[in-house]
Design a protein around this ligand. Structure first.
Ligand SMILES: [Zn+2]
Length: 386
């Protein structure tokens, strides 16, 4: 059996930077054999310039929206953004497929080995069938009118079945607090074999206005789309404090965006999950937040509260690229005190755990096959090398 041996300017193992000179040994196919000191590594060590890291885990993307790249105006707020996405900008099937294929290539080449991908349709299946990336498909359901909940779930099951029949990993998940009724949340809570939940959370300040006292710009959105919300009662609490208790079956939850999460929300979350085996990871997509709302989540507050943080790119409808390094750089720019080692951990081992893929991905531990990524030129570029 022959091996690959790599050393690099810096070697990051998914958790920490390893001592200078450490050599990573893998099989030819990229399975991790060991990390050893340089004096124990023998001959034929390839030296790489840059940071060598396990492959990135992108916990939030919408591959099916790739054709919307550069079509939606920036910084107009979430409600305007949603109206643009829902207006179904014309694209042929060929154009959609070409855009998704080019996005998948970008994900792969820049070092992303796994994606948590939101699916409202089965459009991405032809791309995923030929992809070397690991996918967890979040089949997303919405419906804010209580009486339509059963029907919505039935409709989305037809999409889920198309993933299921091909043995893709998937779970059925709520879109967002402002688009899912209490009844639909309750149905999702009891759906069998549906442990991994993703939800867009507190992406706009308007979401909490809706839940606290049934006011704000979402009321206009419902009116524009002819959605009757007369039966919706405000809870008097923030959206997070309202929807989280709907999940009572120890689900693993990825809350995405969290742009307007508060200290009280975090205290609430901590006490809610304390006595359960459920956990919650907070997924940050800073470039999408800047694109849509020109705002960023309180990342320092999440760090201070020891929250589990993971990263995502969101879609090309709200981002100029699907590149995890660009998300890392944006966080560094606005939160320079957060160490690179921490950011890389969010992008690798934390993401792998959140997507329930840590057996294989996220770190340089014996037996895993996490993909090798080289981050070059002072964080300018990343590329998959194995
Ligand atoms: Zn999203």
């Amino acid at each position: 059996m022959s091996y690959n041996k790599f050393s690099a300017t810096q070697l990051f193992d998914g958790y920490n930077f390893l001592p200078t000179g450490t050599v990573l040994i893998t099989s030819v196919k990229g399975e991790i054999i060991d990390t050893v000191a340089s004096e124990d590594a023998g001959d034929d060590v390839q030296h790489l310039k840059g940071i060598l890291s396990p492959g990135f885990i992108n916990c939030h993307c919408h591959l099916e929206l790739s054709h919307l790249k550069n079509t939606i105006p920036q910084q107009t707020g979430l409600v305007n953004f949603l109206q643009h996405v829902m207006s179904n900008i014309a694209a042929s099937n060929e154009e959609k497929l070409a855009a998704m294929q080019s996005a998948e290539n970008e994900l792969y080449k820049t070092g992303i080995v796994a994606v948590g991908d939101i699916c409202n349709t089965a459009d991405t299946i032809p791309i995923k069938q030929h992809s070397k990336i690991h996918w967890h498909n979040f089949i997303e359901v919405s419906g804010f009118v209580e009486t339509g909940a059963q029907k919505r779930l039935k409709e989305i099951k037809k999409i889920a079945d198309q993933f299921s029949i091909l043995n893709f990993k998937f779970s059925t998940v709520p879109h967002a607090p402002y688009s899912v009724s209490k009844k639909l949340f309750e149905l999702l809570n009891t759906l069998p074999n549906n442990n991994l939940i993703s939800i867009h959370n507190q992406e706009s300040e308007e979401e909490s206005k809706l839940y606290k006292n049934k006011t704000g710009i979402f009321l206009e959105l419902y009116k524009n789309f002819g959605i009757d919300i007369s039966k919706f009662n405000s809870s008097g609490k923030t959206s997070l404090q309202t929807w989280l208790p709907y999940f009572t079956n120890n689900q693993r939850i990825i809350a995405v965006h969290n742009t307007f999460i508060s200290k009280e929300d975090l205290t609430f979350t901590k006490s809610y999950i304390e006595n359960r085996t459920s956990n919650i990871a907070f997924c940050l997509c800073p470039n999408a937040n800047l694109y849509i709302e020109n705002n960023l989540p309180p990342i320092d507050l999440l760090v201070k509260n020891n929250c589990t943080i993971v990263l995502g790119t969101d879609s090309l409808a709200s981002n100029h690229q699907l590149n995890m390094l660009e998300e890392i750089k944006t966080i560094q720019q606005y939160y320079p005190k957060i160490e690179l080692q921490t950011l890389l951990q969010w992008a690798t081992s934390n993401g792998a755990a959140a997507l329930q893929m840590k057996e294989k991905l996220g770190s340089f531990e014996k037996g895993k096959k996490p993909g090798l990524v080289l981050i070059e030129k002072n964080l300018k570029e990343s590329k998959r090398i194995l």
